[in-house]
Ligand binder design. Structure first.
Ligand SMILES: *Cc1c(COP(=O)(O)O)cnc(C)c1O
Length: 224
């Protein structure tokens, strides 16, 4: 049961960790069931699907965009998105800033860091991230706010490896918090952990876990 899963995960969370219910590929009825159980943060990774759900579901839902975001689609979500987790290039950050300006708001964002061994995953390397921050572009952008980092661990059964990857991401987060984001109180989120690895992520300092399957069951990709 969706509502029971929401409640049991919510009750297990330590203070300072928030649950994002990843509702991609699941219908509005499933989302409403989670909503009725008190869930308000939801994550989606396709722009069209996110727009359709935003338009048809309660307006106090906070929508997080958790997937790979194409620059030409930013404009569609800029007016309402609560947090964009997957900023993975300086170009995307600039486009989000431009669309934030058009929408008359400051858009909260996370920088995605590539911590997994798989090549297929997106994100800045540590070096690319440091390079972008030292280039100074962030201070020129007034319609984005970098609130922290996001990462995905390797899809493996090796718990030690997963822990090590989350640990590395947390260390980079602390390093940036003590340097580029010193005195920036809004730099405080570390988005890591999914259905299979969120307990490890929490132990390693996550503040936002992104959980789909464990709440809603398997996704039915054939419907899309
Ligand atoms: C789909 C997805 C999740 C949720 O994955 P589950 O294994 O179903 O919990 C989390 N983060 C991102 C970026 C995703 O695309």
């Amino acid at each position: 049961m969706i509502s029971e899963q929401i409640k049991s995960i919510q009750e297990s969370l330590p203070e300072g960790v928030r649950l994002i219910a990843v509702s991609k590929f699941h219908p509005n009825e499933a989302i409403l069931e989670a909503y009725k159980a008190g869930q308000r943060l939801f994550g989606e990774n396709h722009v069209q699907e996110l727009i359709a759900k935003h338009e048809s579901l309660p307006s106090d839902i906070k929508w997080h965009f958790i997937g790979h975001l194409q620059t030409n689609k930013v404009k569609y979500i800029a007016p309402f998105v609560s947090l964009i987790h997957g900023i993975d290039t300086p170009k995307l950050l600039k486009v989000v800033d431009k669309e934030g300006a058009k929408a008359g708001r400051v858009i909260p964002c996370l920088l995605q860091i590539h911590i997994a061994t798989e090549e297929t995953k997106f994100g800045f390397s540590r070096e690319e991230c440091l390079e972008m921050l030292s280039s100074g572009i962030v201070s020129e952008l007034h319609h984005v706010q970098i609130c922290g980092l996001m990462g995905m661990a390797t899809n493996t059964d090796d718990e030690a490896q997963i822990r090590e990857e989350f640990h590395t991401l947390h260390a980079l987060f602390e390093e940036l918090k003590a340097s580029y984001f010193k005195d920036v109180s809004t730099f405080k989120e570390l988005s890591m952990g999914m259905s299979d690895d969120y307990p490890i992520a929490i132990e390693e300092g996550s503040t936002l876990i992104r959980v789909g399957t464990k709440i809603f069951g398997e996704r039915d990709y054939s419907k899309k």
